[in-house]
Design a protein around this ligand. Structure first.
Ligand code: COA
Length: 165
């Protein structure tokens, strides 16, 4: 039961379609808490993603290049199974506003039950990142607005080259 604190590893799962500076902020904070962090990228087809998993991983890797002790991997199925496979001991999720909490609380409880005790820690991004979501970024980019300063430069460049349907 509970987190294995002898060899802690944070697992940060998400859709990352696309990764934002808010996500990168959470990754930095997680690396400050855990000696090893694994980012798990879910295909999440129900969200109708703009970028495929390979591309989201490549963008995350470019946005976090040079950060030590960080791995970015795809995952399908339950996040707790993925966490176990990669030796993860704690799930990391970002909380931007109080309204994120209701859903995150349910997910954390379900994950704890499914995993037999794996804990979730919630990290808050810097306040200038609290209003960013990937859908908002996609919408602004689709309408020709600037997303610079909200996403890593590689994501801004990639969105500029995107032909939106
Ligand atoms: N900065 C900016 N945006 C952030 C953010 C941050 N720090 N933290 C979250 N967000 C945004 C995301 O961009 C995303 O925006 P969007 O809805 O517009 O796309 C939204 O908040 C939530 O995204 P994310 O944290 O990626 O979660 P998700 O709900 O898209 O993905 C999974 C959830 C993939 C982790 C979850 O569905 C999963 O694990 N599925 C596998 C099955 C499973 O195990 N389910 C849980 C059982 S309890």
């Amino acid at each position: 039961m509970g987190a294995n604190l002898s060899s802690p590893c944070g697992v940060y799962p998400g859709t990352f379609d696309p990764p934002t500076l808010g996500h990168v902020d959470i990754i930095h904070r997680a690396l400050g808490l855990f000696p090893r962090v694994v980012v798990g990228v879910s295909p999440n087809p129900k969200k109708g993603p703009l970028f495929d998993v390979k591309e989201r991983i490549a963008l995350l890797q470019e946005a976090t290049a040079g950060l030590p002790n960080l791995t970015v991997l795809p995952f399908d199925g339950l996040m707790v199974d993925f966490a176990r496979r990669v030796g993860g001991t704690v799930i990391v999720r970002g909380i931007r506003t109080a309204s994120d909490m209701a859903f995150e609380f349910q997910m954390a409880m379900m994950n704890r039950r499914l995993s037999g005790g794996m804990e979730t820690v919630f990290l808050m991004p810097g306040e200038h990142h609290t209003y960013i979501t990937s859908s908002l970024i996609r919408e602004v980019a689709r309408c020709g607005g600037s997303v610079s300063g909200l996403v890593p430069p590689c994501v801004a460049a990639r969105l500029k080259g995107e032909r939106f349907a």
